[in-house]
Design a protein around this ligand. Structure first.
Ligand code: BES
Ligand code: ZN
Ligand code: ZN
Length: 469
């Protein structure tokens, strides 16, 4: 557990972190009296000195102005690597940090406490540390907010990293119900029977091959009077994606436990918005199923119905995310009529081919939303990059026997055709955005040996929502 405090004066006997921009070691030199300082202040570089009282004095490099967007990572790395030596209180000389940078620092420190080894029989002891920021600014709100953001990101990462035998659709529903109770918002879980009654046929088709029944999770945080929904978030919650009968190869198949990364962002953002008590009406819908192989699985060639009433010819059962999202989006529009809709999904391998691990694919016809999301993405270092929704791709979704098909069958433009498929269920909503987060939600990290959840999206979407207030 970390607690964060604002202090006015440093204590000379306590461990201290001194922040240095590249080439500017003036502050450091007032604390450390060494002739030659082996440290330049490059981003995330750190160096340990000992003060005359035997206390640790870390120099932490913040690099150049352009590095400021990822300042959280400098704190995260130092804390992750050094916290085993820390006891009691660590001070941070944060006089030159803006309020926003203090918040980011706290997010990074909090993220350093994330324990990926949740399922080890022997867990590391969590220790209690006080982090004291010395600053002339009014930072106590930034400290509180940073902690809430960091905590929420860690909870979301734990969810994405959890194995699929534990993390069933029902488990996600229970997670949301617990979060709603703790943080004072509404949550309803639509179970299998209810889904059948309400004709969530696409969700049901995707989930019918699994012993773990599908659910749709509906969360509502509506603090503003009148009940008009400002923003609706929809997330893909595939708890495990085998590909279904169009089965995936076994290489890296275990990582398909992370195919609910979009759902995790939706759950995390609603929780965080409620924790921060933001004055905005938000609804989150998660469409969750396990895409399994079974004699009861839906098949390539099947024609299924959907919540919207549109019929879909299944070409590939591995294109399941767009099916559950179609129902989630239709339900969102019909039931809540939100002013804006954003969906998030680990939707395609194609977006990973296109943008790698560097940005989410952003699809929207709304220039204002695109510009805002793009700017915020750079600010929080959770980038998005726009890809087109050209009408040229519509033919790729033509079906002779149904209203549309779920896959073009061609190895080109996969992220775009997936987005075009979703668009067909949006009823020409003017303020809709789809984010394909397949490349950024889960991957390699400096903090684990295997791939893991990144926490991508929580800050991006929360800051976007804040910009609407
Ligand atoms: N869950 C996958 C997409 C994915 C791939 C996420 C890699 C994370 C990492 C999705 O359901 C899928 O299988 N998409 C197929 C669609 C194709 C069959 C039309 C893909 O992108 O190959
Ligand atoms: Zn799939
Ligand atoms: Zn999938």
């Amino acid at each position: 557990m970390m607690t964060y405090k604002h202090i006015q004066k440093l204590d000379a006997k306590t461990d201290l972190i001194i922040l240095c921009s590249k080439g500017n070691l003036n502050t450091l030199k007032t604390f450390v009296s060494v002739e030659k300082i082996d440290f330049e202040g490059a981003f995330s570089e750190s160096q340990l000195y000992y003060g005359s009282n035997g206390n640790r004095i870390y120099a932490l490099g913040l690099g150049e102005p352009k590095d400021a967007v990822k300042i959280d990572d400098a704190f995260r790395k130092l804390c992750f690597n050094q916290k085993k030596y820390w006891k009691g209180t660590i001070q941070i000389l944060a006089d030159d940090l803006t309020i926003d940078q203090v918040k980011k620092a706290v997010v990074g420190l909090e993220m350093a406490t994330y324990e990926i080894g949740q399922f080890k029989s022997k867990k590391e002891d969590q220790k209690n540390l006080n982090i004291s920021f010395s600053s002339p600014n009014t930072i106590s709100n930034a400290l509180k907010e940073g902690k809430l953001i960091g905590e929420t990101i860690n909870r979301i990462k734990a969810l994405v990293d959890a194995p699929a035998n534990l993390k069933t659709p029902e488990f996600l529903g229970k997670w949301a119900e617990d979060s709603a109770k703790t943080n004072n918002y509404k949550c309803a879980v639509l179970h299998k029977k209810e889904l059948e009654m309400q004709k969530f046929d696409a969700v049901i088709a995707v989930g019918q091959g699994s012993v773990n029944p599908p659910v749709v999770i509906v969360t509502e945080y509506l603090p503003k009077k009148g009940g008009k929904v400002d923003i609706g978030l929809v997330g893909k919650g595939i708890t495990f994606d085998t590909g279904g009968l169009s089965i995936k190869s076994s290489t890296n198949l275990h990582y398909m436990k992370s195919d609910m990364g979009g759902a995790a962002v939706v759950l995390g953002v609603v929780e965080l918005v409620a924790k921060l008590k933001l004055n905005i009406n938000i609804v989150g819908v998660v469409a969750s199923a396990e895409n399994a192989v079974d004699s009861n699985s839906y098949r390539p060639g099947d024609v299924i119905n959907s919540y919207s009433g549109k019929t879909i010819e299944i070409i590939d059962t591995d294109a399941e995310g767009r099916l559950v999202l179609a129902d989630g989006l239709s339900y969102m529009i019909k039931k809540f009529k939100p002013a804006q809709v954003i969906d998030l999904a680990t939707l395609t391998g194609s977006v990973v081919q296109t943008l790698g691990y560097s940005a989410a694919g952003m699809f929207t016809n709304n220039k204002k939303m695109a510009q805002k999301m793009s700017d915020i993405g750079f600010d929080v270092n959770e980038r998005v990059w726009q890809l087109p929704l050209f009408a040229d791709f519509e033919d790729d979704l033509h079906s002779d026997i149904a209203d549309l098909r779920n896959f073009s069958g061609k190895p080109i433009g996969g992220a775009i055709t997936a987005a075009k498929f979703l668009e067909a269920f949006m009823e020409s909503h003017k303020n809709w955005m789809h984010l394909d987060i397949a490349g950024v939600s889960f991957g390699d990290s400096a903090y684990s040996k295997m791939k893991g959840a990144s926490g991508y999206g929580v800050q991006l979407i929360t800051n976007y929502i804040k910009s609407l207030i």
